[in-house]
Design a protein around this ligand. Structure first.
Ligand code: SF4
Length: 727
C-alpha cells in the first residue's frame, strides 16, 4: 500500500519540507512539500535523490571492525563494549584530554546528537576536545563578531524580502544555500526581491550563479578582498554616505577606521584587485545609498587571506550603513526550539577564547557560532601527532570526513593512522572510515525522528517541524545519540540532559525532548503539525538588540577596533604583485579559488548514481585564454602544483573565470594519493599546508586564493616561468 508521509530533507542544512512516498516499508519517491511554509515545495536534485542514498548497495547495514587490512562485521553491542573498554584504558593511561570528537556536517544535522550534545558528553568525560566543521572553514566569524560587537548578537537572518540592496561577498547562495540568506529556494527569493527593485552586488572572482544575476559584479582578484572592501569603505566615508545618526548612536572608532582606510584610494585598490575604480565606486555608492539591505560573506572569503579582517569589513559595511537590527537588514528570528531571551536582554557574556589551548602552535580554543567551547579543527591532526600532555589518542568522528576536508591530507591520514582508537559513525565506509578501528553503521535520516534544530534561528520566520521515522531501519543500525549514550553509560559518565537517566535507555523522542528542554515552544506543540508550523508572525523581529546586547562596555560597535586598524596597515604594506603569486613574482601563474558543486554537499553525494551522472568528479575550471596559454583543451589531464604539493586533475573551460584564476571544489579525491581522477576527483587538500600559511588567531589554513601553477600532465616538468595569459 502506498502512503505519503510528511517530513523534511536532511541531506544538507536547509531542511526543505518533503513528501515521501512509502510502499511496503520502502521509500519509493521524494518530492517537495508545498504545504511547508518555508520551502513551499522547493527541493534540489540531492534531496530528490535521497532514496538512492537510503538503498545504496554500499550502505553499511552493520558495524565493522578492522584487524590490519581485514574488516569483519561486528554486532553493534559488542562494538560499543570493546570501544568503551579501549576508551577507558586510554583515559586511565593518558587522561580525558586524550579523547576528542570531531562533528562534521552530518553530525550537525542530527538534532539529538548535535555538537551541543557532544559537548555534554565530553564535559562528562572531562575533555575539552570538541572539534567541528565550523573551525574548518569559518572561525573568522567568531573573531569578527567578537571584535565588532564584543558579544554575539542574535541577528542571524538577512531580511531579504524587505531589502533594497543585497551584497554577497565570496558566496554563491544559489548553490551553497547560505544560512543567513534565508536559505530555502534561494533563486526564487532573489528573483522576487529583484523584481521588487532590490539591487544586487556580488564580489566574487568567479561569475558564479548569483554573480550572473548581479547589477554590479566586482570580479576581484582572489585574495584581494581586504583592499576591495577597504576601498569601498573609504568611498562611503569620503562621500559621507554612511548612516550618520546610526553611527553617532551606535558606532565607536569611526575616525580610526577613516584613517586606516585612507591609504586605500581607488587607484591603488583597482591596481591590486584588478577591478576598475569606477565599478568599486558604483558598488559602494549603491550599497550605502539604499534605504535597507545587508552584505553577507561566505566560505570563499572565510578561507582566504586575512579572513578575520575581511569578515569584519563586510560586517563593518552593514554597521556603517545602519543595517543591524533594522527591517530589510540583519534581523532576529526568536526561534522555536531555542530558549527565549529574557524580557530585557543584555549582552551575552561570551568572550572569543574558551580558556583552553592546544599544545600545538599555541592556538587557543574559541566559542563557536553556537556558543559552544570548541578546539580549532585545523590543529587536530597535529594534536594527534605531537607528543605532549594534549596529544589526542582516541577520536570519534560523528558525521564527518576529515581525511578529505582537512588541509594537508597526507598529514591528516598519517595522524588518523597514528591513533590508538579511531571510531567513525557513518552511513558508508568513507575515506576517513577506512582508517578506523571501528565503523558504527548509523541510521539514515528517514529512519529516525528529528527536528530542524540547526536552522532554528535562521529560518525566515519562527518555524519548526517534527518528523517521526518514516521507515524502519534494516539491520543492526544505531542512532548517533545511542552511540554516545551507551558509551557514557559504560564509562560511568553522567549526561547533563533533563530527563535522561543513565540506568535506563531513553527513546529517541525522550532524547529530543531532553535536548529541547526549555524551548520557547514546547516540542509537543511542534509535533502537532506534520508540515511544520509558523509560531508567531511570518517575519523576523527588529529592535531591542542594538545597542542593548552589544558586548563592549560603551554599547557601541567597534568599527575602528585596534586589531582591524593594525591588519589594514599590514595589508597596505604588502607588495602588490602582478601575476598569480603573492610575494614571489614569476613563480606561480594562477590563484586557485574554491567553488561549490550543486550535485554534492561537501563529500556527500559523490557516490549517488543520478548525481554522478551529472558530474562524477570535480573539474578544474579555467578560462579559455589560460587554457590556450598552457596548451590544454577541455577534458585534458593537467597537474596543479602549489608550494606544498601537486595533484592531477581534469580541466574544464569556463568563461566565468578570468585568466590567471582556477576553480577547484573541495572534498574530492583520495586521501592516500593519486587516484583515478575521473572516478574519484581531485584532492585539493594535498595542495594546502596546515601549519605554514595559517591564521595566527584561529589556526585556520589559507584554503582559497592559493598560489598555484597548472601545466599539461604530458609536460615532463613544471615550467620554470609561469605562462603569461594573453588573449
Ligand atoms: S537544499 Fe536540497 S539537499 Fe538541502 S535540504 Fe533542500 S532538498 Fe535537501
Amino acid at each position: 500500500m502506498l502512503e505519503t508521509k510528511k517530513s523534511f530533507c536532511r541531506f544538507c542544512h536547509v531542511f526543505c519540507g518533503v513528501e515521501v512516498d512509502v510502499a511496503d516499508g520502502r521509500v519509493i519517491a521524494v518530492r517537495g512539500d508545498r504545504d511547508n511554509p518555508v520551502s513551499q515545495g522547493y527541493t534540489c536534485l540531492k534531496g530528490r535523490a535521497e532514496a538512492e542514498r537510503l538503498y545504496h548497495p554500499e550502505r553499511l547495514l552493520c558495524s565493522l571492525k578492522r584487524d590490519g587490512e581485514q574488516w569483519s562485521d561486528i554486532p553493534s553491542g559488542d562494538a560499543l563494549a570493546e570501544i568503551a573498554t579501549r576508551l577507558r584504558d586510554i583515559v586511565d593511561r593518558h587522561g580525558p584530554r586524550s579523547v576528542a570528537v570531531y562533528v562534521g556536517d552530518g553530525g550537525h544535522r542530527t538534532s539529538a546528537a548535535d555538537p551541543s550534545f557532544v559537548r555534554k558528553w565530553l564535559d562528562g568525560l572531562g575533555s575539552p576536545g570538541l572539534y567541528t566543521s565550523f573551525t574548518v572553514d569559518s572561525p573568522s566569524l567568531s573573531v569578527a563578531i567578537n571584535r565588532l560587537f564584543g558579544a554575539p548578537l542574535p541577528l542571524a537572518v538577512f531580511d531579504i524580502a524587505n531589502a533594497d540592496v543585497a551584497m554577497f561577498v565570496a558566496t554563491n547562495p544559489v548553490v551553497s544555500h547560505l544560512m543567513s540568506m534565508p536559505q530555502s529556494n534561494p533563486f526564487a527569493r532573489l528573483r522576487s526581491a529583484q523584481q521588487r527593485g532590490m539591487k544586487l552586488i556580488v564580489v566574487d572572482p568567479r561569475r558564479c550563479d548569483v554573480a550572473q544575476r548581479a547589477d554590479v559584479h566586482l570580479q576581484v582578484k582572489p585574495g584581494e578582498d581586504a583592499s576591495l572592501l577597504a576601498g569601498m569603505i573609504r568611498v562611503i566615508l569620503e562621500h559621507e554616505l554612511h548612516d550618520r545618526a546610526y553611527a553617532d548612536a551606535y558606532l565607536s572608532g569611526l575616525d580610526a577606521l577613516r584613517e586606516a582606510v585612507r591609504p586605500f584610494d581607488l587607484e591603488y585598490v583597482a591596481a591590486r584587485t584588478e577591478v576598475p575604480a569606477e565599478k568599486i565606486r558604483e558598488a559602494a555608492i549603491l550599497f550605502a545609498s539604499a534605504r535597507s539591505g545587508a552584505a553577507q560573506s561566505g566560505t570563499g572569503l572565510h578561507m582566504a587571506r586575512h579572513q578575520n579582517l575581511t569578515t569584519q569589513l563586510v560586517m563593518t559595511l552593514n554597521a556603517l550603513c545602519g543595517r543591524y537590527d533594522r527591517r530589510g537588514g540583519m534581523t532576529r528570528n526568536p526561534g522555536v526550539l531555542t530558549r527565549p531571551l529574557p524580557a530585557e536582554p543584555g549582552p551575552l557574556r561570551m568572550p572569543l577564547f574558551s580558556g583552553e589551548e592546544t599544545h600545538v602552535r599555541g592556538i587557543k580554543g574559541i566559542f563557536n557560532w553556537q556558543g559552544l567551547r570548541e578546539m580549532p579543527a585545523n590543529t587536530l591532526a597535529e594534536a594527534m601527532l605531537t607528543e605532549g600532555p594534549g596529544r589526542i589518542r582516541a577520536l570519534i568522528v560523528n558525521g564527518g570526513n576529515p581525511a578529505l576536508v582537512f588541509p594537508d591530507s597526507e598529514r591528516v591520514t598519517r595522524a588518523l593512522q597514528n591513533l590508538d582508537l579511531l571510531v567513525v559513525n557513518d552511513l558508508f565506509l568513507s575515506a576517513t572510515a577506512r582508517f578506523a578501528h571501528y565503523v558504527l553503521a548509523v541510521k539514515h535520516p528517514f529512519e529516525r525522528a528529528d527536528v530542524p534544530k540547526l536552522m532554528d534561528v535562521t529560518f525566515p520566520f519562527p518555524f519548526s517541524q517534527y518528523t517521526p521515522a518514516l521507515v524502519e531501519a534494516p539491520g543492526d543500525l544505531l542512532e548517533e545519540w545511542e552511540i554516545f549514550w551507551d558509551l557514557a553509560r559504560r564509562l560511568g559518565i553522567e549526561l547533563d540532559i533533563p530527563g535522561i537517566a543513565m540506568d535506563r535507555k531513553p527513546t529517541a523522542d525522550q532524547m529530543l525532548d531532553g535536548m529541547n528542554d526549555g524551548s520557547r515552544i514546547p516540542l509537543d506543540e511542534v509535533r502537532r503539525y506534520p508540515s511544520g508550523h509558523v509560531f508567531g508572525d511570518a517575519e523576523t523581529l527588529v529592535g531591542g538588540v542594538v545597542p542593548d546586547m552589544i558586548g563592549h562596555p560603551d554599547r557601541r560597535m567597534a568599527v575602528g577596533h585596534p586589531e582591524v586598524v593594525a591588519e589594514l596597515a599590514d595589508v597596505r604594506a604588502e607588495r602588490v604583485v602582478a601575476d598569480g603569486g603573492y610575494d614571489d613574482p614569476g613563480r606561480f601563474a594562477f590563484r586557485m579559488i574554491t567553488y561549490r558543486m550543486p550535485e554534492v554537499y561537501c563529500t556527500q553525494g559523490q557516490n549517488m548514481p543520478s548525481l554522478r551522472r551529472k558530474r562524477g568528479y570535480n573539474p578544474i575550471l579555467m578560462s579559455p585564454i589560460s587554457m590556450r596559454a598552457i596548451g590544454v583543451h577541455d577534458g585534458d589531464d593537467v597537474i596543479v602544483e602549489s608550494g606544498h604539493g601537486r595533484v592531477a586533475g581534469i580541466v574544464e573551460s569556463s568563461n566565468d573565470l578570468r585568466p590567471g584564476v582556477i576553480g577547484l571544489a573541495h572534498g574530492w579525491g583520495d586521501p592516500l594519493g593519486p587516484a583515478d581522477v575521473r572516478e574519484r576527483g581531485t584532492n585539493v587538500q594535498r595542495l594546502i599546508p596546515q601549519a605554514e600559511d595559517y591564521d595566527p588567531v584561529t589556526g585556520l589554513a589559507q584554503q582559497s586564493a592559493v598560489a598555484v601553477n597548472v601545466y599539461p600532465s604530458r609536460a615532463a616538468e613544471v615550467p620554470l616561468r609561469a605562462p603569461e595569459h594573453v588573449a
